[in-house]
Design a binder for this molecule. Structure first.
Ligand code: GRF
Length: 211
């Protein structure tokens, strides 16, 4: 990837897939940076959602990207097998989890190691898991932010690629702090993807420290 080839060793832009369960504003930011065609480093080729009503599917369709609803149900293995087949069929090099509200298996994380990214609305390792913004407020944190990291077998535990910080203001509620963090997320995710594609951040501890 850093040598101008994508993860399949082929020349040309890397092929990006995004998993999302929600509104898809981070997906939108990724699509602005990496539309289906036009960027030299990456093109978004596939969006997968576990929810049929996810705004992200609509965002993908509007951008002309293949949008796939794959129910998660109780069968994570079946979801992952189908997702893997779709990722292979679309020759995907890199997967970005963007508000994907399911925990993928250690086997899936291992299979995609170094090529599977997540964004989380806190300065990890602070406040992992659900309701990170609420957790930061409850803890009385004076600053928070977002983290893009490689996914490992844990939940929000993989090596950090990039973080962006925001202040927590005295009159913040969950919505106001989340909105401030999301502005930073939309800058952080495309930057982190580029840093991985350029080989500046690797899933071996040699990660960048851009803030
Ligand atoms: C983001 O805040 C992300 O950090 C979290 O879920 C949210 C997704 O938002 N994991 P959106 O669907 O991208 O707007």
């Amino acid at each position: 990837m850093a040598d101008g080839t994508n993860a399949r060793g082929a020349a040309g832009p890397a092929r990006l897939a995004v998993f999302a369960s929600g509104r898809g504003t981070n997906l939108g930011a990724l699509l602005r940076a990496f539309p289906p065609a036009g960027d030299a480093e990456a093109e978004t080729v596939l969006v997968i959602s576990d929810r049929s009503d996810a705004g992200a599917l609509e965002v993908a369709r509007e951008a002309g990207v293949r949008a796939l609803h794959l129910p998660f149900g109780r069968d994570r293995e079946a979801f992952e097998a189908t997702a893997n087949a779709a990722l292979r069929a679309s020759q995907v090099d890199l997967v970005a989890l963007a508000g994907f509200m399911r925990v993928l298996s250690p086997a899936f994380a291992e299979a995609w190691r170094g090529r599977l990214l997540n964004i989380h609305p806190s300065l990890l390792p602070a406040f992992p898991g659900l309701h990170a913004v609420r957790q930061a407020l409850a803890a009385g944190a004076s600053r928070s932010g977002c983290t893009v990291h490689f996914v490992d077998a844990g939940v929000d535990t993989g090596p950090v690629i990039l973080q962006r910080e925001v202040p927590v203001l005295p009159d913040d509620d969950e919505a106001s702090l989340q909105a401030r963090i999301q502005v930073e997320e939309h800058l952080a995710y495309p930057a982190a993807v580029r840093s991985v594609l350029r080989g500046e951040a690797r899933d071996d501890g040699t990660v960048g420290s851009a803030r």
